[in-house]
Every structure is written in C-alpha cells, then in structure tokens.
Design a protein around this ligand. Sequence first.
Ligand code: PRT
Ligand code: MG
Length: 210
Amino acid sequence: MLTIAISKGRIYEEALPFLAEAGIIPTDNPETCRKLILDTTRDDVKLIIIRATDVPTFVEYGAADLGITGKDVLLEHGTENLYEPLDLNIARCRLMTAAHQDAPPLTGRFRVATKYVNITERYFASLGMQADIIKLYGSMELAPLVGLADCIVDLVETGNTLKANHLEPRELIMHISSRLVVNKAAMKMKNTAIVTLIKQFEHTLHTRNS
Ligand code: PRT
Ligand code: MG
C-alpha cells in the first residue's frame, strides 16, 4: 500500500494529471466529499487530504509514504528528514516582500508580517537587515494597511491581491513550485513502487516540456 498526502485546491487540481499517468484516479472528489482518506482506481494507492502546511509532517513521520507540497512549505518546515526527488513545476508562484505603494524603502529596524517566519528570518539576516517578524496565519496584506507591519512576505501569483490592497511587490525571495516528497524509510521498504511512481511522474513532466 502507498499513501500520498496532498492538500485540496490548486495543488490537488494540478497534480491530477501526474497521478493519472501512474494510473491513480481518486474515486471521490475531495472538494465535495468529506472523506479525508480517498480510495483510487489503484487498489494499492490511497490519498490523504490534509492542509498544505501539514504535508511535510505526515510524510516525515511515515503517516504518508509520499506527499506533494509547495517549496515554500518545505523550506519553512525544514527538509532534513525527507527526500525531495522531483520538482513537479505546478502551483507556481513567487515568494516576495511587498509593501504599501507609498511606503519608502526599508531601512534600519522594521516589522515584517508573514506566515513564513523561518524563511523571512533567514532572508533578512542574509542581507544583514534588522527585521522584527510578526507571525500571522492569513490576510498578511492587511498588516501594512493598519500599521501592524512595514512590509509583508507572502506568495504572489498574478499580483492582484496586492494591488487590490494598495500594496506592491518589492523584492523576489524565490520562485516557488510544488515538489514530490518521500518518507525516508518508505523509500527503502517500498523502493520499487516508489521509484516506478517517480518515473511515471517524470514522464508527465517531460511530455509537458517537449
Ligand atoms: O488555503 P489554506 O489556508 O487551506 O492553506 P494554504 O494557503 O497553505 O494552501 P493553498 O492551497 O492556498 O496553497 C497551497 C500552495 O499553493 C502554497 O503553499 C504554494 O506553494 C502554492 N501557491 C501557488 C499559492 C499561490 N500560488 C497563491 N497565489 N498559494 C497561495 N497563493 C495565495 C497567496 O498567499 C495570496 O493570498 O494567493 C494570493 C496571491 O495570488 P495573486 O494571484 O493575487 O497574486
Ligand atoms: Mg490559501
């Protein structure tokens, strides 16, 4: 049995073609059914539907053999206890700093609101800048508007969310895409099945790029 951890929404939707290449078609739709464990057209594969930020935890502890999650989530969580064999190049976006359109460039000591505390700390430290980080769980865009922070660190895709809130992107921290991650013990114990799956995912990737 192989268990794959994945979050609903954009990653799930964009991962479906990869799963299909491996003969894995979920028999329920996670958006409409309330099941957290989904059967698939393969008797030996189940999907578990969890929050995006929980995927590394489930895979690390072996509660799932594999997972699909954003590089943002992986970098924030830490990846020492996982294998990351494949960049699926899906759910792409950019991790950026953003500030109010009228805000001056950052100098001296300033406050940054983000849910990416670890990445943000490392980023500003690498620039030798003094950032006081305020952890938020959502609606980061609000922070500069109400004087909670001088800037934010968040994901940007089209930029529409920033624009709608009178913010603008400033510095690119990194390009983000979703990755396949594998539990280390499972990679040994279920090597053949997992390696086959990785090859099938790679095939989808190569077909797309050609
Ligand atoms: O939504 P929930 O609170 O359940 O969890 P989540 O936000 O962690 O999950 P989800 O499904 O929203 O995002 C999962 C992953 O998708 C992220 O970890 C990223 O790797 C990837 N991804 C790709 C994105 C985006 N693009 C994206 N645009 N995740 C979030 N956004 C949000 C962003 O945070 C901002 O609020 O969309 C808004 C910006 O979009 P634009 O187009 O207005 O710029
Ligand atoms: Mg979200």
